[in-house]
Write a protein that binds this ligand. Sequence first.
Ligand code: NAD
Length: 295
Amino acid sequence: MNISFIGLGNMGLPMAANLLKAGHDVLGFDLVPAALQAHAKAGGRVAASVAEAVRAADIVITMLPAGKHVAEVVLDGILPNATDTPLLIDSSTIDVETARRVAAAAAKAGLDMLDAPVSGGVGGATAGTLTFMVGGPDAAFARALPVLQAMGRNIVHTGPAGAGQAAKICNNMILGISMLGVSEAFVLADKLGLDRAKLFQVSSTSSGQCWALTSYCPVPGPVPASPANRAYAAGFAAALMLKDLQLSQAAAEAVGAATPLGAHAARLYQAVAEAGESGRDFSVVFPWLSGLSRK
Ligand code: NAD
């Protein structure tokens, strides 16, 4: 399969490498020369522009920072320059409205487009174990599946255009809120003189159980692989959690959904960023909250 891959950053580069390993021809493009060099080193071919990258592609994958980049690349770069009828797959995490708008523009130009954001981070991208949440038509999903399987393990068709982004921001709103809840419980436990290991022993096997506690515990000790044990090195950076919470709040505002905890979580992660912690793992809310507590 001839695959064009646009956006060879932290996620895109290892995802493209897995497509190469699966035997696909991957023509990559990025604005950053070092990203192109790394892609070439992994065995990929390199294009000089989006226009060049998308000519003669069977599939075009985008992995870009935000909605404005996706709109620009799809509307000004891909649609005017695609010669055949490539399937477009956007794996960036972007707002639902832009995802639907670019998919509609692609459909108008006779091209299928899927929004297929991912969960699993750079580790999952490298290992080829990402979860894909995919929105778009059934036939397009069937066409994309073998390619997505080269980059991920769990691939879920969540509905029509925009449903992939909707699933991603709803899931990450749960995660942001639950990480704050778990962190607050440990802050309170510390103040009450309750041993952290004992709280973990109780809550991990009772009704407080959740992924933020049992797989990603924000205090060092109970879960040896969690970022808390390596000074909160990301992992999933607090900046990305803030981005996803803000996307959830933009969507909630647009459709009138009441998400007061999501709104508060977004404000708290904004404060984490303002405290200069946005580059650390999002579980850094535990030491951040500890620091806010009365001495
Ligand atoms: P990144 O900033 O490392 O990579 C984005 C790349 O896009 C950069 O190399 C940049 O140069 C390139 N780019 C920007 N505009 C371009 C254009 N017009 N043409 C070509 N290339 C262009 O970001 P990332 O960490 O790889 O994340 C990509 C997306 O995946 C984001 O939407 C992010 O929210 C999402 N995501 C990231 C993670 C993670 O852990 N990093 C996890 C899940 C989802």
